[in-house]
Design a protein around this ligand. Structure first.
Ligand code: DX5
Ligand code: ZN
Length: 220
């Protein structure tokens, strides 16, 4: 997954898919033009929801050829990381997690041959991730409070995206800026204009009758 942040990438989130037909769902998303498959892992502690773990990520990985993007909304990414790495192209951890060696965990992700992402909740200021920018392939700006699909986009996150893009340019770094939560076509436009290039989309892709059309609308 080489970093080219001028290309718009669409990452449908499995959280909104039909779990009973997951193979068909993710293959359908790939055939419809999805660039990555986004996997939202929740532990019931870091967020107030439980989703799925390594076994489901491995099952999805077997079904698709496009990169798998694992978003760990868990308290101890350092503890569980090795169980996800074999199924991942990218792993994103949260800066607010209880991992007391964020830099070390990011390095472990890269040493395993994956790209490394760092995410921040809506209430977390940009300054908290600033020390890690040169160790990242991706910054994930949460545009809803993590935990559930189908929430409303928070427009007050747009200045944060702009700030991260400005810092990236100032420092001459190369990382994706991803947004996640409440992304439909109007929100996609706002986020792309602010400097994001990877759009996570749950309910605006899975559940739509025509996945290809849903992805095309987001991309344009
Ligand atoms: C929220 C998850 C998202 C979620 C997005 O905690 O990280 O990936 O599935 O869902 P929508 O696009 O429906 O807001
Ligand atoms: Zn996510």
């Amino acid at each position: 997954m080489p970093v080219n942040f001028s290309k718009v990438l669409i990452a449908p989130s499995v959280l909104a898919a039909d779990f009973a037909n997951l193979g068909a769902e993710v293959c359908g998303a790939q055939a419809a033009g999805a660039d990555w498959i986004h996997l939202d892992v929740m532990d019931g502690h870091f967020v107030d929801n439980l989703s799925f773990g390594p076994a489901l990520c491995a099952a999805v990985r077997k079904q698709v050829d496009i990169p798998t993007d694992i978003h760990l909304m868990i308290e101890r990414p350092d503890h569980y990381l090795d169980r996800f790495l074999p199924s991942a192209s990218n792993v994103t951890i949260h800066v607010e997690s209880d991992d007391n060696d964020i830099a070390g965990t990011l390095l472990r992700i890269r040493e395993a041959g994956c790209t490394a992402g760092l995410s921040l909740r809506p209430g977390t200021p940009f300054e908290v991730i600033a020390p890690y920018l040169d160790q990242l392939d991706l910054v994930l700006v949460m545009t809803v409070e993590p935990g559930f699909g189908g929430q409303s986009f928070m427009p007050e996150m747009l200045p944060k995206i702009e700030k991260i893009a400005a810092e990236r340019a100032r420092l001459g770094l190369m990382f994706h800026i991803q947004v996640d939560g409440g992304i439909k076509a109007p929100e996609a436009r706002l986020c792309l204009a602010a400097g994001a290039n990877v759009l996570v989309a749950g309910s605006s892709v899975f559940g739509k009758p025509d996945l290809a059309e849903a992805i095309r609308v987001l991309r344009s």
